[in-house]
Design a binder for this molecule. Structure first.
Ligand SMILES: [Zn+2]
Length: 412
């Protein structure tokens, strides 16, 4: 017995040592880097290694894992101005090991709460909603969706113009789940009260998937401690976890602003569409030819982004005018900054380049609040911010639903 225990201890310590020596092992340590990046060229160079959380004049901020931190020390040392080691345990003491948000942030929806609420809405508003499943995550979670369209109208019309809203490509961007969840509730509850909402629901085919990366989002709050987790939860070949879902789409995949290293937070995946979550989005778009507009919710920086993200050029022509007009119109309401995504920095394999490049869908990325990095509050601004961000975005979202009828209408 003792011998067995001894062998076990040797084995266990061996695993422990090799795990620590493995550069892909995630210790959970996170760092916040401030880097000097005087222009777009600098930012685009840095974004080959790191995700940029926010930009403030000639400086950029990035919250990184240990792997990216070492990469940054190796390749980006001349840009690094300061490094802060984040003390996550101190900042958010773990309370238990369930899937609930840290103390004070319980208003944010857990995966189970998203499913429960969408099921309830599907039941209570069955004349205008249909629950659907987008697909399955890496760990087997059903990716919940809800379709809002009058069933009477669907019967009378072969096809209604469609719009697709998706939240939480990135795990730690929890606010990107709350805004679509509130929007769903607002739409269904006002169908019988507000003639404008009724008209939209009677004439449009509206799809919501509030929590695409359910695995990552729930991993990020496990133990009621935020982890700054960004990717999904795929087990990679060298033992690290996660692919950056917003670098995994096939259009222009791997052409800059993403990493081939699996330990990186911007890992593009072993091939385009390597992940069940991105495949699910593709299958959905393939089978819904009526989708004219797509809105992907992210946090943060208060930006409205449109293609191209993976290259510096503009989409050009009439479509350029449509993107610009729509983005500028919405920016008047939410006070976000409208811009071509690559003006920020080049990043390839994202949702919008793919949706527009391969399908001609007018696709926007909203980087929600806050406007700039403030320690850990950038990704974790607290539940107190939800209503404000929602209120700022009601008009832009209703506008997009309306313009899904004919996006070219905005340049007539
Ligand atoms: Zn994001």
């Amino acid at each position: 017995m003792i011998r067995i225990l001894f062998i076990f201890l040797i084995f266990a310590s061996g695993v422990f040592i090799s795990a620590n020596q493995n550069p892909y092992f995630d210790s959970g340590q996170r760092y916040q880097l401030k880097l000097f990046a005087k222009n777009k060229k600098d930012r685009s160079f840095i974004s080959n290694f790191l995700h940029l959380d926010s930009i403030d004049g000639k400086y950029v901020y990035s919250t990184v894992n240990q792997y990216d931190f070492k990469q940054a020390q190796k390749y980006l040392s001349k840009y690094i101005v300061s490094t802060t080691t984040l003390n996550l345990t101190k900042f958010f003491p773990p309370i238990d090991f369930g899937h609930e948000y840290p103390s004070g942030d319980e208003r944010f929806h857990t995966y189970k709460e998203v499913v429960k609420e969408l099921n309830q809405i599907g039941k209570n508003f069955s004349n205008i909603t249909t629950r659907f499943s987008l697909g399955t995550t890496v760990t087997g979670r059903d990716i919940p969706g809800i379709r809002i369209a009058s069933k009477k109208s669907l019967k009378e019309n072969k096809q209604l113009p469609g719009i697709f809203f998706v939240g939480a490509h990135h795990a730690r961007e929890h606010l990107s789940v709350e805004i679509p969840m509130m929007m769903i509730k607002m739409l269904v509850e006002n169908y019988s009260k507000d003639p404008k909402i009724k008209q939209l629901i009677d004439t449009r085919d509206i799809y919501f998937v509030p929590m695409l990366n359910a695995d990552g989002a729930m991993y990020d709050i496990e133990g009621r401690q935020y982890k700054f987790w960004r990717k999904n939860r795929s087990l990679n070949s060298k033992g690290s976890f996660g692919v950056d879902l917003n670098r995994n789409y096939p259009f222009g995949w791997g052409t800059g602003g993403s990493s081939k290293s699996e330990g990186s937070d911007i890992f593009m995946g072993p091939k385009p569409l390597s992940e069940p979550e991105t495949i699910a989005v593709k299958n959905f778009i393939d089978s819904h030819k009526n989708i004219n507009i797509l809105l992907s919710f992210h946090t943060f920086s208060e930006l409205i982004l449109y293609p191209w993200g993976g290259k510096n050029s503009e989409v050009g022509g009439r479509d350029q005018k449509v993107f610009e007009t729509m983005a500028q119109t919405m920016a008047k309401w939410n006070n976000y900054k409208p811009m071509k995504a690559s003006d920020l920095y080049v990043a390839s394999g994202d949702t919008c380049d793919w949706a527009y490049g391969d399908y001609g869908i007018f696709c926007f990325t909203f980087e929600l609040s806050p406007s700039r990095s403030a320690g850990q509050k950038g990704f974790y601004p607290g539940a107190g911010i939800i209503d404000k961000v929602y209120n700022a975005n009601i008009k832009p979202i209703l506008y997009l639903i309306e313009k899904a009828g004919n996006p070219y209408e905005v340049i007539k």
